[in-house]
Design a protein around this ligand. Sequence first.
Ligand SMILES: [Zn+2]
Length: 297
Amino acid sequence: MKNLYPYFSQNPLDRLDQVRYDYDDFLELIKAKGSLFLLFDASDILVDEKNKKTFFTYENIEEYNLNKEDIVLLGRFENVNYFTISVQNKQIKELNKISLREFVNFDYINEDKLGILAQACSVLNWHNSHKFCSSCGKQTIIKRAGWKRDCPSCKKEHFPRVDSVVIMLVTFGDYCLIGQGVNFKENRYSCLAGYVESGETLEDAAKRELFEEAGIIGYEVEYMFSQPWPFPSTLMVGMRMKAASQELKLDKKEIADAIWVHKNDMRKVLNGSCEYDFSIPSKIAIARNLLEVWVNE
Ligand SMILES: [Zn+2]
C-alpha cells in the first residue's frame, strides 16, 4: 500500500540524548568535520537555490554571523551530526526563504528524511515562543543542547511541548465524512480534526470532536498513524471510527459544511478526478493518507 508514511513522519536521526547533558561534548560535535546545519526563520527554511543546498556547514554559520548559543542538536545519521538554528528575521543575501509547506514539493530532500526538517522547525518554533518564563516572566536561557530552557530567576525548567490534534477518518458503511472548516478555501474538504484537551484520551478527543462538530456519535475508535506537523509544534494523530448515524448537526462556528462521500467517488478524487465539486488536501496532509488507506481496503 502506498503512502503509509505521512510527510514529515520519517526521521532517521539518532537524537543523541546522552550528548545533550555535557556542554563540552556538544561543542565538540558542533565543530566536528562534516557537521550540518539547517536554518529556519519561523516556519520558513533557508535555501541556497543556486546550489540546491539546504544543509550548511559550521563555517557558513560563522560567515552568516549567527548566534552560536542558539544552536540546537538534532542528532546523527551515517556519522553526520545535524543541528539547527533560527536566523530570526535576519536576511542572508545568498539564501532564500521558502515556506516549509512549499519546500516539500521540491526534490531537495528525500521523503524519508523530511522528519528532520519537522523536528528542527518544531523545536525552534518552541524556542521562539518561550524566551520568557511562564512562571515569573523573566528571560529564560537555552540549555541541554537546545532541548530545555532554564529560568535563572525562579529556577523553573521548561521543556519543548508538542500539542496533539486528533484527525478522524469517520465511516458509515461505504461512506466517509469530510467537512469544510469555516476558514477553508472554496470547495476544500478534509477529515474533521481538533485539539486534544487536558485530561482526555485520544479516543475520547476523537469522539468529542465528532459530536461537537457534526452531532454524530462515534464508536470503535482506533489509532491509525501520526504525523509531526511543525506549524508551530503539533502532532497530528490519525484515528478512525464508525459513525452511529449519517444525520448531521453541524457546529456552524467551526464547520461550514460536511458531506458523506462514497468510497468509489473518494477513490476517483484521490486519483485526480475533477468531476466533483469538492477537493481534498494535498499529499502533505495526513488527511489524505487516512482517506487513501480507506479506499484501498
Ligand atoms: Zn521564572
